[in-house]
Design a protein around this ligand. Structure first.
Ligand SMILES: NC(=O)c1ccc[n+]([C@@H]2O[C@H](COP(=O)([O-])OP(=O)(O)OC[C@H]3O[C@@H](n4cnc5c(N)ncnc54)[C@H](OP(=O)(O)O)[C@@H]3O)[C@@H](O)[C@H]2O)c1
Length: 307
């Protein structure tokens, strides 16, 4: 699969990351098959979080991949911390970050993470404490690179003022049908709903600062409401995607993924599929280059507004 640099980390990563949030829906054998099929196709970047399946997803993954030192050398592991669902809060305290990483490493059966992301902003963050936690994790070799998720530019700048390691990735909700970070940039200063800037200009900020955007839920509309492909809620979008898919002789899944990859911000979408065939279709997108006309036709067909 085609690779990109992850932010300023120097790491070469496949353009499509494999999200492991739903891996606990698979039986043991299915999980093994899914992980092996990913590796065979060069999809060796796996996205986790300490909260997925309450920690079970990381354990299921480690079992499925038969984690050992030689397996570990050939994969890139990213996980996230900072959400505490049981307590109904976010937590970027030093103590919580350090404890979370120890939990992640033990569930993944490894002694280091390639990338650690802070999962969702914590308004009670003390950035000096995050800096201490990151220093400790970096010097102990437990974490090689750091990033964030769901953060706007000011939140990133606040952290980066104290944290000396570069923040290399920002994982954000983005799909053809959840594209406010793109549409607000078309409608600057216009008196319409699409002009509403919900993220402080995160798309351009990340490009300016070489932070890789990792779109999450690339096939969902709303907040996990469902998949837009094949949905009767998006007839025009499906018609346009199907037409383009027929032209390239690929599936609609490949085209929806190719739409994200066509953006010059050089994003790394995180797929959520647990289905080998769908994963293969996502990976195929790295070989499809949509034209400018096709990219805009898909954008408009989803109901996104151009001035
Ligand atoms: N940072 C964050 O806050 C955050 C939040 C959410 C998720 N994430 C990460 O992003 C990853 C992806 O999120 P996601 O799982 O919501 O992404 P997604 O790929 O948009 O959705 C995956 C789900 O949609 C189904 N699906 C996809 N395409 C389909 C199609 N053409 N027809 C029918 N069903 C289809 C999949 O079913 P099948 O398994 O059957 O294919 C799966 O249940 C997660 O694994 C996680 O790593 C991060």
């Amino acid at each position: 699969m085609r690779t990109i640099k992850l932010g300023t980390s120097g790491l070469d990563v496949p353009v499509v990351a494999v999200g492991c949030m739903r891996i606990n829906s698979l039986e043991k054998k299915e999980a093994e098959r899914f992980v092996q099929a990913s590796l065979e196709q060069g999809a060796n970047f796996f996205d986790h979080a300490d909260i997925y399946g309450g920690g079970a997803c990381e354990e299921i993954f480690a079992d499925a991949i038969h984690m050992n030192d030689s397996v570990r050398e050939n994969i890139i592991l990213q996980s996230k911390c900072g959400i505490r669902p049981a307590k109904g809060m976010f937590d970027f305290s030093k103590e919580h970050i350090l404890a979370s990483v120890d939990g992640i490493l033990s569930r993944l059966r490894t002694d280091y993470l390639d990338v650690l992301l802070l999962h969702r902003p914590d308004t009670l963050v003390e950035p000096e404490e995050v800096a201490e936690a990151f220093d400790q994790l970096a010097s102990s070799g437990k974490v090689r690179h750091f990033g964030v998720s769901n953060q706007h530019p000011m939140q990133i700048q606040l952290l980066q003022k104290y944290v000396k390691q570069p923040l290399v990735a920002n994982q954000l909700q983005l799909s053809i049908t959840n594209a406010t970070m793109i549409s607000s940039g078309f409608n600057v200063n216009m008196a319409n709903e699409s002009a509403v800037n919900r993220d402080g200009g995160i798309l351009d900020f990340c490009r300016l600062h070489d932070i890789t955007i990792q779109p999450w839920s690339p096939f969902q509309y709303g907040f996990f409401e469902g998949v837009f492909l094949g949905s009767d809620k998006f007839p025009e979008l499906n018609e346009v995607i199907d037409e383009i898919a027929a032209k390239y002789e690929v599936s609609a899944t490949t085209i929806a993924m190719a739409w994200l990859l066509r953006h010059p911000a050089r994003m790394q979408p995180v797929t959520g599929t647990t289905n080998v065939e769908r994963l293969t279709d996502c990976i195929k997108a790295s070989r499809v280059e949509l034209t400018r006309e096709e990219w805009y036709a898909i954008f408009r067909a989803a109901g996104n507004v151009l001035p």
